[in-house]
Write a protein of this length. Structure first.
Length: 163
């Protein structure tokens, strides 16, 4: 039996510990927003957050996330159904084309923005996002959406008392 917290809900699973998290999310929990691309940590389409950090779920065995908090693209939506700021800006910028890579792009981008508290440089974006592939070539729009989201979130952090 494995226990993990997925999108704020504790889940107990009778799944072998070596099964990749991506399979658990999609097949056991029905969270199909996280996509299978390469299965080898090469494309980023399976990116989720584990304890707040971006992680490739296709190469993360269930045993590694035992007792941890996993957030998927479904989990960043506000409780009242409002899309997360990054999703709103993604829509405004018309980032997606076929859409297949986009949940991974958003989770990687959000992980970066959170890690840097919004103070994201062009070099940061290059370093982190170059590992997320998009066959439709939406890279310029992804970059614009990240920059816009980071700017707004940085202002929010500036005004908060959080350390
Ligand atoms: S499916 Fe995980 S990195 Fe490609
Ligand atoms: S939008 Fe089609 S692969 Fe990225």
């Amino acid at each position: 039996m494995s226990t993990l917290i997925v999108n704020g809900v504790e889940r107990e699973l009778e799944v072998p510990p070596d099964v990749p998290l991506l399979w658990v999310l999609r097949e056991e929990l029905g969270l199909t927003g996280t996509k299978f691309g390469c299965g080898k940590s090469l494309c980023g389409s399976c990116t989720v957050h584990v304890n707040g950090q971006s992680r490739r779920s296709c190469v993360t065995p269930l045993s590694v996330v035992e007792g941890k908090e996993v957030t998927t693209i479904e989990g960043i939506i506000e409780a009242d159904g409002t899309p997360h700021l990054i999703q709103q800006i993604w829509i405004e910028e018309n980032v997606a084309q076929c859409g297949y890579c986009q949940s991974g792009q958003i989770m990687s981008a959000l992980g970066l923005i959170i890690q840097r508290k919004g103070l994201v440089s062009a070099t940061d974006i290059d370093a982190v996002m170059s590992a997320n592939l998009c066959r439709c070539g939406t890279y310029p729009r992804i970059r614009r959406a990240i920059e816009r989201t980071a700017e707004v979130m940085a202002k929010d952090w500036e005004g908060s008392d959080e350390p």
